[in-house]
Design a protein around this ligand. Sequence first.
Ligand code: A2P
Length: 273
Amino acid sequence: MSVLNKRFLLGNGAPIPALGFGTWQIPAGEEAYASVAAALTAGYRHIDTARAYGNEASVGAAITDSGLPRDDVFVTTKLPAEVKNYREAVDSFDESLAALGTGHIDLYLIHAPWPWHEMGADYATGNAEVWRALEEFEAAGLARAIGVSNFDPTNLEQLLDTAGTVPAVNQIKYHIGHRQAETVAYCQRLGIPVAGYSPLGTGRILDSATITTIADRYDATAAQLCIRYLIQNGIVALPKTTNATRMRQNADLDFEISALDMTALNALDGQRH
Ligand code: A2P
């Protein structure tokens, strides 16, 4: 079975395609439109964007123009990290809905537990307030599932103090050498699936000697090994590329990394390789 047809289950029981197409840093306009159109042509059915990427309108237009039935495409977008109050959360969500033009959002995430310029700051009260807004979007059917991104166990624990709904996903940075084992274990204990952005380490790990040596054993590229690594660890993978050939390559994962190699790759955590 092609990985493009593989589904994991969200915390609310709904399926999510295990391989998605990330659009971070793809400029709005022709580039984002063409990339998403090419990804859909290549068979991707899960597109990940964010209000902060500035490209929701182009992403949404490509989805609409693809002619695919709406329910065949899974769309994720995110509430900007800086928004930590109810009123602005409602406004931002409405803006995302209007920009995407996809009728509903399949998965809507709090982009980060703190504004980017205050990483690590305590916004527990603000997160509780915007989560209440997200719960309303879900109840109204406008967001089919809601979740968080970049939350560590402390952030999650604080959110769960007041949350009525457990996040359906936690999207975090996850790649070989950086698998955030503590956060993933915490999420797994709570039944919160994990999605991984930057599965290629934003391209920086692709020339690692360890990764290329192991990839060679499977006649795979380093990028394919990196993406397959997430899927085998049960993590939704969200690779990004603007290159149609690479899009197809990144979805051609018809091989199985051995248990021994998975152990070796897991052991690279936090190490230079
Ligand atoms: P490009 O868009 O020019 O293809 P990540 O998904 O970890 O954020 O990594 C994205 C980076 O990896 C981008 O710079 C992208 O460049 C590059 N990339 C994506 N797929 C491949 C691939 N199959 N081979 C080489 N580089 C890739």
